[in-house]
Design a protein around this ligand. Structure first.
Ligand SMILES: *[C@@H]1O[C@H](CO)[C@@H](O)[C@H](O)[C@H]1NC(C)=O
Ligand SMILES: *[C@@H]1O[C@H](CO)[C@@H](O)[C@H](O)[C@H]1NC(C)=O
Ligand SMILES: *[C@@H]1O[C@H](CO)[C@@H](O)[C@H](O)[C@H]1NC(C)=O
Ligand SMILES: *[C@@H]1O[C@H](CO)[C@@H](O)[C@H](O)[C@H]1NC(C)=O
Ligand SMILES: *[C@@H]1O[C@H](CO)[C@@H](O)[C@H](O)[C@H]1NC(C)=O
Ligand SMILES: *[C@@H]1O[C@H](CO)[C@@H](O)[C@H](O)[C@H]1NC(C)=O
Ligand SMILES: *[C@@H]1O[C@H](CO)[C@@H](O)[C@H](O)[C@H]1NC(C)=O
Ligand SMILES: *[C@@H]1O[C@H](CO)[C@@H](O)[C@H](O)[C@H]1NC(C)=O
Length: 332
């Protein structure tokens, strides 16, 4: 990949015109409007090394770049969105984002980052969306995220995270969505959800979680969406969902639950408030004995929002194997 300097200033309008009319030329597509310029660089374009000073949106995607051209953001101090997905970036420099203090969205999906330099976000107080999906992160240090103050959306899914540090979200009072799906997490720090004042969406699916304790969710009574499917949950504490009166979606499918404690469901769904979206408890090895009576009662009250009914059946005991849980509930 070679990086060509931009044409001399007086020829810029011609270059822009050509790039809009005939994107097959090896130039990035630049779309200027009253709000600023949007610059789209996709292969086989050559990457503009000096951006228009009014650039608000930059996409440099699908190049498999292992490194970005140095100073690529220099002079683009109005940049609000930076999309760098589908490259092969392994590291970034701590100064990378200094020129763009107004940045609101940073998308680094599908790169090869195994770490971030401490200080990367020292000038990123406006950043509200950070996507690090499908990188190579195995650990995360709270210091890597220092400086973020406005974060609302943090996507760390599809990495190799097996542990998280304490206090990770302590400073992220505005966080609404946390996506930790499809990692290798077997445990979570008990204080994980302390910090955000109003988390709405939590993705923990596709990890190796074995149990859900009673305190993890307690700091987030306003949670609306909770995804726990495809873990190794064998136990959920009786108080784990207490106070979750706004929950509209609960996915517990594809776990190893054979039973759940009495009282688990008391704050969810009806009779208090129907879940708007619904719940899924399919793909668990339910043992349909008296211990499930509490769940049966709850199922009857909430049957209209149950997903995957035909895949929600007893694994035992004995001849009850294969019976639908909903049928068991109806026959109580
Ligand atoms: C340029 O931006 C304007 C306004 O955002 C949009 O309507 C138009 O479709 C864009 N043009 C191209 C070629 O992307
Ligand atoms: C972009 O458009 C604005 C008006 O919409 C104009 O003032 C400005 O000169 C243009 N910038 C470039 C680099 O063409
Ligand atoms: C410019 O930004 C305003 C406010 O965000 C928006 O309503 C408008 O559609 C944008 N105009 C263009 C041409 O993109
Ligand atoms: C990037 O890598 C993918 C997968 O190896 C390949 O299909 C694609 O052609 C590569 N793109 C470029 C621009 O080299
Ligand atoms: C990234 O890592 C490579 C190889 O270790 C190194 O040569 C390069 O200087 C690093 N780049 C940055 C921006 O840290
Ligand atoms: C929270 O922010 C303060 C002040 O910027 C900083 O000293 C502290 O290390 C941050 N805490 C974490 C866990 O990042
Ligand atoms: C999790 O469960 C899967 C199958 O359900 C099993 O293959 C795997 O070994 C379990 N992992 C752990 C860490 O228990
Ligand atoms: C839910 O249960 C009620 C009472 O048993 C029944 O009338 C209703 O048809 C059921 N709804 C669905 C969607 O199965």
């Amino acid at each position: 990949m070679s990086f060509r300097s931009r044409e001399p200033h007086q020829r810029t309008p011609l270059l822009l015109l050509l790039s809009v009319l005939t994107p097959s030329l090896n130039a990035c597509l630049v779309n200027n409007s009253t709000n600023g310029s949007s610059v789209y660089c996709h292969p086989p374009a050559e990457i503009l090394i000096r951006l228009p000073t009014n650039t608000v949106y930059l996409s440099v995607e699908f190049f498999n770049l292992t490194q970005l051209p140095s100073n690529i953001l220099q002079g683009a101090s109005n940049l609000q969105e930076l999309h760098l997905s589908s490259n092969q970036l392994e590291n970034l420099s701590a100064e990378f984002l200094l020129p763009v203090p107004q940045l609101k969205v940073l998308d680094l999906t599908r790169n090869a980052l195994a770490q971030l330099p401490p200080g990367l976000f020292q000038a990123s107080a406006a950043l509200h969306t950070l996507v690090l999906k499908e990188n190579h992160l195995e650990i995360l240090k709270a210091s890597w995220l220092n400086g973020l103050k406005a974060l609302q959306y943090l996507d760390l899914s599809g990495n190799r995270l097996w542990t998280l540090p304490p206090g990770l979200l302590a400073n992220f009072t505005a966080l609404k969505t946390l996506d930790l799906g499809n990692n290798q997490l077997a445990t979570l720090p008990p204080d994980l959800l302390r910090g955000p004042l109003h988390l709405e969406r939590l993705h923990l699916e596709g990890n190796r979680l074995k149990e859900l304790g009673k305190d993890l969710l307690a700091p987030q009574p306003g949670l609306q969406f909770l995804f726990l499917q495809n873990n190794n949950l064998t136990s959920v504490a009786a108080g784990a969902f207490r106070g979750l009166q706004k929950l509209d979606m609960l996915d517990l499918s594809g776990n190893l639950l054979s039973s759940v404690p009495t009282g688990l469901w008391v704050s969810l769904g009806r009779p208090t408030r129907a879940m708007k979206d619904g719940f899924d408890i399919s793909g668990n090895p339910w043992v349909c004995d008296q211990k499930l009576v509490d769940l049966y009662h709850w199922l009857m009250a909430n049957n209209d929002t149950m997903f995957s009914r035909k895949d929600t059946f007893c694994a035992g005991p004995g001849t009850l194997k294969g019976q639908l849980l909903l049928e068991m509930a109806r026959s109580q």
